[in-house]
Design a protein around this ligand. Structure first.
Ligand SMILES: [Zn+2]
Length: 351
């Protein structure tokens, strides 16, 4: 029996995931990575038309199913305008502010598959030229991409093959520290995808017999609100989203425990399932926090909103400074990994 969870292995998978650019709408490569990973384990997978991936592990009970989901799509941007000054204007994908990407290195992915590098900058960045560089608002007007190429006008840029609609991804800048922190963009929600991939690996390697047929949906449209609201088999009773726990003033979520969400902007999560998750955490010495996320929706709430009659829940690792300079700690990954493991082996709640 392997050590579980093997957090170093989980971190290695997360590092690979965050290093594959995948803004919402541009997720084919990261889905391919997940598919290859699962197929090596001989797990049955299929793709949905939206481009997401569904893996299924058969269980003793095939009449009532479970589904777990995590999303591989991330924040990003698209080229909005090829500017006459040789720079690019951006349109943001997902919910965040320009100040969280100021100075960030980026990649521009052209439709022919070429990749150019650049930096996202305030137009008035140089303090030697602009007196008010610090005060100006960071917005779509003022922020632009400086492409690492000799371009001074729109024609030069177009000659590179860059055009309106090209996807722009941000450098994840992943770093781990010796004392257990992992810093990277896109830990939301690639940390959870890594956790689910590792969970499936463990279940396969140890030939664990699951009590219920269990589907794992690697969704790819969560940041825009509808990643996991489809392709839910009709037998599905319980649906658990594994997505980041939101930290901030007044929040109980931290970087060391698993966050069990009781309510988000969509309303309360299923009371029975939430209580079951707490029970499992307490029985198995898993450190957890209950929390409410004020400006948040998950694939589980998206599934409910789209009309699925399911029992829905949300848990995940605590992520500091979400949708910006994210960080978590391996303790949070371990606690989340343990909880999903005990969850897939547990009895369903009676609802
Ligand atoms: Zn997320």
């Amino acid at each position: 029996m392997s050590t579980y969870p093997n957090v170093q292995e989980t971190i290695d998978v997360i590092k690979k995931l965050v290093s594959i650019p995948s803004p919402t709408g541009f997720t084919a490569n990261v889905i391919q990575f997940a598919e290859d990973y699962l197929q090596k384990l001989n797990v049955e997978t299929k793709r949905n038309r939206k481009g997401g991936l569904i893996a299924t592990l058969p269980g003793t009970n095939n009449d009532e199913h479970r589904m777990l989901t995590a999303h591989v799509d991330t924040l990003g941007a698209m080229v909005k305008e090829v500017k006459s000054n040789g720079r690019l204007r951006l349109d943001l994908i997902g919910g965040f502010r320009y100040n969280s990407i100021e100075g960030e290195y980026c990649e521009i992915h052209t439709s022919s598959g070429k990749v150019y590098t650049g930096t996202i900058l305030m137009r008035q960045t140089s303090v030697h030229v602009y007196k008010d560089a610090g005060k100006a608002e960071r917005n779509q007007e003022n922020m632009e991409v400086r492409i690492d190429a000799e371009v001074t006008n729109a024609e030069d840029i177009r000659a590179l093959g860059i055009e309106v609609g090209d996807f722009v991804s941000f450098d994840p800048r992943v770093q781990t520290t010796e004392n257990g922190f992992i810093k990277s963009r896109h830990l939301d929600d690639k940390a959870s995808v890594g956790i689910l991939l590792q969970l499936i690996k463990r279940l396969k390697e140890e030939k664990v017999q699951l009590p219920y047929t269990t589907h794992f949906l690697i969704s790819n449209n969560e940041e825009i609100g509808y990643g996991g609201n489809s392709n839910i088999p009709p037998e599905t009773v319980e649906y658990l989203a594994v997505d980041m726990g939101a930290m901030g003033d007044g929040q109980s979520t931290d970087e060391y425990t698993v966050s069990i969400c009781v309510k988000d902007a969509s309303g309360p999560y299923h009371y029975g399932l939430r209580k079951r998750l707490v029970e499992l955490a307490e029985k198995n010495d898993i450190e957890y926090k209950l929390d409410i996320y004020p400006y948040y929706g998950s694939d589980a709430s998206a599934a409910i909103k789209s009309g699925h009659d399911i029992v829905h829940g949300l848990i995940g690792p605590g992520i500091d400074s979400s949708h910006a300079f994210e960080r978590t700690h391996e303790k949070s990954l371990i606690n989340t990994e343990k909880l999903v493991y005990h969850y897939v082996l547990s009895d369903m709640i009676s609802y």
